[in-house]
Design a binder for this molecule. Structure first.
Ligand code: PEP
Length: 265
């Protein structure tokens, strides 16, 4: 069974004060299995949790999260190792600042910065080489869905990475299916719509790597919130969520963590 994973994507939000307040509210409410003390507001957490924060706040969040159950992640990584790449952040730098994860190929970067499938694949390889787990985002636009191209688009995005990924690295991936039309819009794919794409991604992974393909977690992202998290995560191939807006509200993020922890398949 794959352990559920809830990852927050803070995007370009936050401040030193706001980050400290948010993480304090989340951390003080999380109760781990077998833990005796019960916090005033408590959420049983039996899933993996991460927050992917803006690069300038990595050091602050590393310190705030130290020793706790929430892992740290970056939101992007350079496709290069080091050198004259002004503005880029190397995977080794993220690792040095305590990151366990990094988002690669988010649709806001694919669309806003013209990132190609090949560049996203290089970023994922850089992340893996530095000991990070890449959360590779794939997803179709509304026009592509309406044209019946969802599986072709999403499949091509994942294949670009699988084509260059050494077989022994496949089990280290996290995939996030994020329909572009659902991100930040309040529109969510129905559990059945999402499961259909997740099942296709799973089949692709398993066709290439029978054993490791079964262990890769495939998250759903796109307006996941407390009201829809449980039914989405109850689907056979939805192994958690990549959460944008709801990750900025402690109560909502905690409710999604609780939903992930309660799901048994
Ligand atoms: C995201 O940015 O990855 C995302 C899923 O955003 P939201 O939850 O706000 O739709």
């Amino acid at each position: 069974m794959r352990r559920k994973f809830v990852a927050g994507n803070w995007k370009m939000n936050g401040s030193l004060a706001a980050n400290a307040a948010l993480l304090s509210q989340i951390q003080s409410a999380i109760q781990l299995p077998m833990q005796s003390k019960t916090p005033a507001v408590s959420v049983q957490a039996d899933c993996d949790i991460a927050v992917c924060v803006p690069a300038p706040y990595l050091a602050q969040c590393q310190a705030l999260l130290a020793g706790g159950p929430i892992a740290l992640g970056g939101q992007d990584v350079s496709a290069q190792t080091a050198g004259a790449f002004t503005g880029d952040t190397a995977a080794s730098m993220l690792h040095e600042l305590g990151c366990a994860y990094v988002i690669v190929g988010h649709s806001e970067r694919r669309a806003g910065y013209a990132e190609t499938n090949a560049q996203v694949a290089q970023k994922a390889l850089q992340a893996l080489a530095a000991g990070l787990t890449p959360i590779i985002c794939v997803g179709e636009t509304l026009a592509q869905r309406e044209a019946g191209q969802t599986n072709a688009i999403v499949g091509t995005q994942l294949a670009a990475l699988l084509d260059v990924l050494p077989a022994d690295q496949v089990g280290k991936l996290v995939v996030a299916y994020e329909p572009v039309w659902a991100i930040g819009t309040g529109k969510t794919a129905t559990p059945e719509m999402a499961q259909e794409v997740h099942a296709m991604l799973r089949a692709m992974l398993v066709a290439r790597h029978a054993q490791q393909g079964m262990t890769v977690r495939i998250l759903y992202g796109g307006s996941m919130k407390p009201e829809n998290a449980a039914e989405l995560m109850a689907m056979a191939d939805i192994d958690g969520g990549l959460i944008g807006g709801a990750a900025l509200k402690a109560a909502d993020f905690l409710a999604i963590i609780a939903a992930a922890s309660a799901v048994t398949k």
